[in-house]
Design a protein around this ligand. Structure first.
Ligand SMILES: [Zn+2]
Length: 238
């Protein structure tokens, strides 16, 4: 199986996706594609490698060409960047499958991710990019219902239902929903209707209390967090 960093290697550097050696890559865990190196060849002499705890197979001996050249190579950090790599640093992030690499210009583009049923990876540059090794750590998603989006701000992937995000952003957002989105709470449609039928005083009380109870839709805390931050960014951007 291929990994997200291997999709990037394919689109950026033409590294083929078909394995050349049996086994799995120590760093990304994918098939051994392209020119395969030993762990020693890649890491020998490096004293700044501090992310060993994040590698897929700590006992693995070999490293695929995508991990070597794209995730760990000097070309991303160094002076000789390709156009795509420069673009990568400027863009809001990207989503990628084995057939396409799409750079995003703004948070809104998260709503347009359409992998066409293919496995895909998503990276958003919502924070500083001090380390670029994370490229091997972007998870491969099988569905937009249960996707993990890698956030630069957190240097880790967070779960998000992209289909729900699309739905939430595209429907008309009421004043009540805006208020609770700011608090990181997403309201169900019936809760919005109920809220808007209340007196001003009762609304104020509910806003103070954080609108507890069954009216709040059944999202996980991390989904709410991400959605709220994206909705906030979305509003700010517009
Ligand atoms: Zn690899």
């Amino acid at each position: 199986m291929n990994t997200v960093v291997q999709y990037l290697g394919y689109h950026w550097k033409g590294i083929p996706l078909t394995p050349t050696t049996a086994g799995q890559c120590r760093v990304c865990g994918g098939d051994l594609v392209g020119e395969v190196s030993t762990y020693k060849e890649v890491f020998g002499g490096r004293d700044n490698w501090t992310e060993e705890g994040m590698v897929a197979l700590p006992d693995g001996e070999y490293v695929c060409q995508a991990c070597r050249d794209v995730a760990l190579g000097t070309s991303v950090n160094g002076k000789t960047r390709s156009r795509n790599e420069n673009y990568f640093l400027r863009s809001y992030g990207f989503w990628v499958t084995d057939v396409e690499l799409v750079f995003m210009e703004s948070p809104e583009d998260l709503l347009r991710i359409d992998p066409g049923g293919r496995p895909f990876g998503v990276f958003i540059k919502d924070g500083d990019l001090k380390r670029k090794h994370f490229l091997y750590y972007i998870p491969l998603n099988m569905s937009v219902e249960e996707a993990w989006v890698f956030r630069a701000a957190l240097l880790r992937p967070v779960p998000v239902r992209l289909s729900l995000l699309r739905y939430t952003a595209h429907k008309t957002v009421s004043a009540a929903e805006k208020i609770f989105a700011e608090k990181g709470v997403v309201l169900s449609q019936s809760a919005v209707v109920k809220y808007e039928s209340l007196s001003e005083r009762r609304r104020g009380e509910l806003e103070q209390s954080g609108f507890p109870g069954r009216e709040v839709s059944a999202m996980t805390v991390s989904e709410r967090e991400l959605l709220a931050s994206i909705v906030r960014g979305f509003f700010r951007y517009n």
